[in-house]
Write a protein that binds this ligand. Structure first.
Ligand SMILES: C[S@@+](CC[C@H](N)C(=O)[O-])C[C@H]1O[C@@H](n2cnc3c(N)ncnc32)[C@H](O)[C@@H]1O
Length: 328
């Protein structure tokens, strides 16, 4: 029987408001390129907009992930033996995870721990997955590694931990930071624990640009909502009409970058942070990166971070890889 969805209760809300404020000020005071951390794209509005992005025909990544897990979950789970508990980093609303949980629940009762900094995404996740037979959910409104540490502490004797990091969210880290992140995850795991990592693969640039700059403007709204969030939560006075959503492909770094370009010279005040800054006409604020990979480098990323690769699965319509690693 599915148990009633529960949320971890110790909400770090107060601390996170001051963290939000100091990271915003840090990023906007950056010499040269101004930037804002992409994790702040996901408040309640941003998480809802992201779910809409996943429905867009241009954003093939999400549908490919879903298609692959529908097709290969049995095979993937079959390679992870024994009693298994599941943690998911950045679960979002958990739509792709259903297939994996159902495959595992055919063999055992499942404790599933989604970890996400967005409380509203977790709520949606619990609605989406809370009714699967044999699966109980406890959500953690935490940053990835804090949440994973708490989840790992719940491990029962003889249980293996399967960590999911889906949706190519790893691509938000630049490559050295991605390697470092995988190492930090590994330091929380035990030998034999598993990591299922989704990585979006390189594809024609026009396809990628369209995926992050859809004609309906949903991704633009998702991006601009970051400024709206600063207005709402930190007393900012960003005028959203003075910004445009810009998407670029960086050939050297092999990544999509999302920026917000100032259409005019402007002064912005963020009252609760006691901070004022200026933007030149044409200057941008960099809000997100999505790195793209080739299959071989993903294996290497895992191998240099303390894992061995136990399988890779590919989608033929939208080049994407599901990569299964074991901690060694
Ligand atoms: C690109 S979405 C992917 C969602 C889902 N895994 C999917 O594939 O559709 C990234 C998710 O990670 C969460 N997230 C971003 N940064 C985070 C962090 N530092 N700690 C925990 N969650 C984070 C966001 O709130 C969001 O739900």
């Amino acid at each position: 029987m599915a148990s009633a969805p529960r949320m971890a209760t110790a909400s770090p809300a107060v601390r996170s408001l001051s963290e939000f404020s100091s990271e915003v000020v840090g990023g906007l005071s950056h010499p040269g390129q101004k930037e804002l951390p992409s994790k702040y794209l996901y408040d309640a509005v941003g998480s809802a907009l992201f779910d809409v992005i996943c429905l867009l025909p241009e954003y093939g990544l999400s549908r490919a992930g879903m298609r692959m897990l529908e097709r290969y979950s049995g095979e993937i789970i079959g390679r992870v033996p024994g009693p298994v508990m599941v943690a998911e980093l950045g679960s979002g609303s958990g739509q792709q995870t259903r297939w994996l949980l159902e495959a595992l629940a055919r063999r055992q009762r499942v404790n599933y721990y989604p970890i996400d900094i967005s409380g509203s995404a977790l709520f949606r996740c619990q609605q989406e997955l809370g009714q699967i037979d044999m699966v109980s959910i406890v959500g953690f409104e935490r940053a990835y590694l804090d949440g994973l540490q708490e989840v790992a502490a719940r491990r029962r004797e003889g249980e293996r931990l399967l960590v999911l990091f889906l949706g190519s969210t790893i691509g938000n880290f630049d490559r050295p930071a991605g390697d470092q992140f995988l190492r930090e995850v590994r330091s929380i795991l035990r030998e034999g624990d598993a990591l299922l990592l989704t990585t979006d693969l390189e594809k024609p640039v026009p396809t990628l640009i369209l995926a992050y700059d859809d004609p309906a403007g949903v991704t633009a709204a998702f991006n601009k909502n970051l400024l709206a969030r600063i207005n709402r939560e930190l007393g900012g006075d960003f005028d959203l009409a003075n910004f445009e959503h810009v998407v670029r492909w960086d050939e050297t770094e092999r990544r999509i970058e999302m920026h917000l370009r100032s259409k005019v010279w402007q002064r912005v005040t963020i009252r609760k942070a006691g901070f004022r800054f200026y933007l030149r006409e044409g200057e941008t604020i960099w809000t997100e990166s999505s790195h793209k990979y080739n299959p071989r480098e993903v294996v290497q990323m895992g191998e240099c971070s303390g894992y061995r690769c136990a399988g890779q699965w590919f989608d033929s319509e939208w080049p994407l890889a599901q990569n299964l690693f074991f901690a060694v």
